[in-house]
Design a protein around this ligand. Sequence first.
Ligand SMILES: [Zn+2]
Length: 408
Amino acid sequence: MANEERINHHIETFSQFTATPNEGMTRYSYSPEDVKTRTYIKEKMEEYGLTVREDGLGTIYGKLEGTLENAPSVLVGSHFDSVPHGGNFDGTAGVIAGLEVAALFQERKIQPTYPLEVIAMVEEEGSRFGGGLMGSRGINGLIDEEDFHLIRDKDGISVVEAMQEAGLDSTLPKHRNAKTMKAFLELHIEQGPILEEENISIGVVDAIVGLTQLEVTVEGKAGHAGTTPMDRRSDALITAATIVTELPKIVQDEKNGTVITTGQFHVYPNGANVIPDKVTFTIDLRSGEEASIQRVMEKVEALIASHQKGGMKTSVEQQLYIQPKELSQEVRSSLKESTEKLGISHIPMQSGAGHDAMVFSDFTKAGLIFIPSKDGLSHCPEEWSDIEHLAQGVDVLFETAKKLTEAE
Ligand SMILES: [Zn+2]
């Protein structure tokens, strides 16, 4: 069974690698905190007998070879970047689960038929480079090399430069052929209240809601806050704020858990005595039903276009679009069987958040399990999951990975 002490030690170690000590977890991709975490992950992978490599996006792989030559791997892991001032479990729990699965393979001297690979991915949250799911999208060939070179953070630093700074080689391959993957397994915290409320240890995810992220730009005209009369202004902030307040009304009649959020808002030039000439903000739209996303998108675009008047210019750029995804039936059954065999309580669930597993699901058999989040909180310093639940999740992943890496 999973070693709770070892898991706890990992959690405590990972928790130290934050840019905002005592104010939650802030671990941006390729930051000094990323480098410290990366070093620890690689050390542990080696300790557990895995062969370590990194790809051209900085994803870390630790591989336990199988007896079958050139056989596809069973991947187990998650991401290790965070949102600003987030918690110690989002992503991290899944990477640690992968490490612990490898430790259990080593302890039991299991020689799998198919290789086992622990995977630790970058930039799932998109907190530094926007969009999100960059690591898993790169692996699955969804970022072309030309576009890759254009990705920059808000300070204008490119991924290539950031990787160089972190001692990583961005010229290494990113894309891995789907034929090299047999399955992808991920453990993640629920980030919602259901498992805790129902007193259930494991949620086996059936489907992940679809999501889209838009970046809206509103451009007006700058002017002196004191000398420009009110009727001569093209104030980008007033228009942007009007649009944002109208968004909740658009989804009010939608069902299937359709939700819309503006979480980022940038005002330019951002001076107290200057009329803002430009505002950019994000719109994050999610739903379990694709038609609902399409419906809302059309309304959002019409709303934004309707504000193109009185000297205002508006534009919308879609940064991410992911359809609702059903996860592999076969892996789901396997996860459920493992859970039952271990006598651990479980329920089927839908995921309201996007995860790396959904990117993998188009290319390989993907499975995702949730463990309870205390008070349903996530993306905040209070985020918490019990080590006991994390250990149970590891046991389920271990059983499932063992089965999937055995001969058919
Ligand atoms: Zn996450």
